[in-house]
Ligand binder design. Structure first.
Ligand code: PMP
Length: 288
């Protein structure tokens, strides 16, 4: 495997960063997870835009422009001979001293890892995911905005541990007020009577790139879709539910807290959205 670090294409064994990198010391940095399908990188421009937005919010000067970043991603994918797979793009604050001050780190580090990925077994796309509510909350917008895709994922990791301990496939995260935000690594959609709803980003979710694709598909199909602040009541009473994420793609959710959603099987409209998502994912994107 070839890994890109700061303009160099390195063998895995040589792809290392300093123990003084603030990405390691403080989780000071931002990242993206990006998919390749069928010789194309899916929604690359959107991922690059979100990365630069996250960096801007934390006052991180990435040091290279969006075009150079796009080339770095494509070059890394080519160097690994991949036409399908997953890219992890990481920008750390870079090497500094043992104090918090980010401005003493003269230069950010850009890392691109291109690999294969299988998040959920294929049968989960057929049978759906079980989900439990986690006690770990999404951070309040009064702290760093939860819309920033930063290297601080410990809330999500702790919520994931709760889901694993409950023998569930995923964990639902609420915000501080108890409204639904999202799952530990995916956005949530519900269907009631043919209408789609999803929590707004202001409820504490990440503005997902896959989440946006669902809005495109709904518009195409003429299905009503709306961002709506919700509690678990709306999930328990939904006809169908599904989750979206770059790694998870579009996947049915069939229960929350052991209450079946609808009849407890993946829904018909969900299946249609999964099918259309796959068509779009395998036929659009930046050519490798
Ligand atoms: N929420 C969280 C917390 C995530 O980490 C992710 C994955 N990046 C998502 C939602 C889904 O976002 P996307 O569709 O852009 O991958």
């Amino acid at each position: 495997m070839k890994i890109y670090i700061d303009g160099e294409m390195l063998d895995e064994a040589d792809a290392k960063i300093s123990v003084f990198d603030h990405g390691l010391l403080y989780g000071d940095g931002v990242f993206e997870g990006i998919r390749m399908y069928n010789g194309r990188v899916f929604r690359l421009e959107e991922h690059i835009d979100r990365l630069y937005d996250s960096a801007r919010v934390i006052m991180l000067d990435i040091g290279i422009d969006k075009q150079a970043m796009t080339e770095a991603v494509l070059e890394t994918v080519r160097a690994n001979g991949l036409s399908e797979g997953y890219v992890r793009l990481v920008v750390t604050r870079g090497v500094g001293s043992l104090g918090l001050n980010p401005f003493q780190c003269p230069k950010a580090s850009v890392i691109v890892i291109a690999a294969n990925i299988t998040l959920y077994a294929p049968e989960k796309y057929q049978n759906g995911l079980t989900v439990v509510t986690c006690s770990t909350r999404r951070p309040t917008p009064a702290s760093l905005s939860p819309a920033v895709k930063s290297l601080n994922y410990l809330n999500n990791v702790m919520a994931k541990v709760e889901a694993i301990h409950a023998d569930a496939d995923e964990g639902l995260m609420l915000n501080e007020q108890g409204f639904v935000a999202e799952c530990t690594g995916d956005n949530l959609f519900l269907i009631h009577g043919g209408r789609i709803t999803t929590p707004p980003v202001s409820s504490g979710s990440l503005p997902g790139i896959t989440w946006k694709v669902i809005f495109d598909i709904a518009a195409e199909k003429g299905v009503p879709i709306e961002e709506k602040q919700m509690t678990r009541y709306e999930i328990y009473t939904a006809d169908e539910a599904f989750l979206t994420g770059t790694a998870a793609e579009v996947i049915p959710m069939v229960s929350l807290d052991r209450r079946p959603i609808g009849d407890g099987n993946p829904g018909k409209m969900t299946a249609e959205f999964i099918e259309r998502f796959r068509e779009i994912a395998t036929s659009t994107g930046a050519e490798i």
